[in-house]
Design a protein around this ligand. Structure first.
Ligand SMILES: C[S@@+](CC[C@H](N)C(=O)[O-])C[C@H]1O[C@@H](n2cnc3c(N)ncnc32)[C@H](O)[C@@H]1O
Length: 306
């Protein structure tokens, strides 16, 4: 998957997908995946990343092959790419490593129908995860995914009653588990601005927009968009993080476009939050960004973003 030899633009060193998977071998092994593969004249297998079914079968197969996870996605919902989710989990591992925690508890804000981050965190690292989700069909699929993989003891899917809420509804709920503190939160926020004239279209050269993807876009409008797009969503996380500064040790969120990183850093400054770190996630041709902040005495390594 990584053709670029420049380490700066490579996947995380522990990402199992850093070495490109042998799709020909995998097509022989996995029947459902084989059905979406195209055979080239040289006998090698190729994939059409612009086809949604291909992306679904690819992600399902990779989760099974590398993590023994059996995952299904709600029809029409976002199909996650594995390399990016792994890069995010690995960065969190790096942030938490100096703390030498015996048990880790995390919050997955907007887990989607796949519940992919929580499943990976639980299966790979035995982290306890609280997965928050507001869309009913996603909640049902996420719960089924947890159950099918026998991860109920580690992953709780909480039905977010209020789309405007991040942590508040859960922390103020009567659930016994709502009294727990957490070591981190992660988030892949809805990216597009639902108030924009043309939320999903437009000129991809505009630096305000996410670069043109090589893959087909998957997902329902309500999963991918919110009022104000990702900046406003992360702003809500920042605002609620002030309320729960002692309940979550490290707050993090991914960002889909580089131009939004300084906007979030400015917001953090406005809130007088100075313990901040940023990073980049590289997966093939796609780059994403992430920001971490904490109100507590924890060292967050600062990677400069050029
Ligand atoms: C971009 S998707 C990310 C899904 C998944 N985490 C992934 O990375 O593939 C954002 C998800 O957040 C959910 N969502 C939006 N607002 C939310 C809120 N306030 N609380 C919990 N989930 C929310 C959406 O329904 C959607 O499933």
């Amino acid at each position: 998957m990584v053709k670029n030899n420049n380490k700066k633009f490579a996947m995380h060193p522990r990402n199992v997908l850093r070495t490109a998977p042998d799709y020909t071998k995998l097509a022989i092994k996995h029947k459902s995946f084989r059905q979406v593969c195209e055979l080239e004249l040289n006998g090698k297998v190729s994939l059409n990343f612009r086809n949604e079914r291909t992306l679904r079968e690819l992600t399902k197969m990779l989760l099974l092959e590398y993590f023994e996870l059996h995952v299904d996605f709600a029809p029409g919902s976002l199909v996650p790419t594995l390399a990016l989710r792994l890069n995010y989990i690995l960065w969190l591992e790096d942030l938490l490593a100096p703390l030498r925690l015996d048990t880790v508890r995390g919050i997955d804000i907007g887990c989607g129908s796949s519940c992919i981050y929580s499943l990976l965190a639980a299966k790979k690292n035995q982290w306890s995860m609280l997965a928050l989700e507001s869309k009913q069909s996603n909640i049902e699929y996420a719960r089924d995914n947890v159950k099918r993989n026998k991860l109920d003891a580690l992953v709780e899917v909480y039905a977010q009653p209020d789309k405007q809420s991040i942590f508040k509804s859960y922390f103020e709920s009567a659930a016994e588990t709502a009294k727990r503190d957490f070591h981190f939160c992660l988030c892949n926020p809805p990216f597009f601005d639902s108030n924009a004239e043309n939320p999903f279209g437009g000129n991809t050269r505009n630096p305000e927009r996410r670069p043109a993807p090589n893959n087909v876009r998957t997902g329902h409008a309500e999963e991918l968009s919110c009022a104000g797009g990702e900046v406003q969503f992360v702003q809500r996380i920042i605002e609620e993080s002030e309320l729960y500064k002692s309940r979550v040790l490290i707050f993090t969120s991914m960002l889909g476009v580089k131009a939004n990183v300084p906007k979030i850093l400015d917001l953090l400054k406005e809130h007088q939050i100075s313990n901040v770190s940023t990073t980049e996630f590289h997966q093939g041709h796609t780059t994403r960004w992430a920001v971490a902040w904490s109100y507590q005495n924890v060292t967050l390594k600062l990677d400069a973003i050029s």
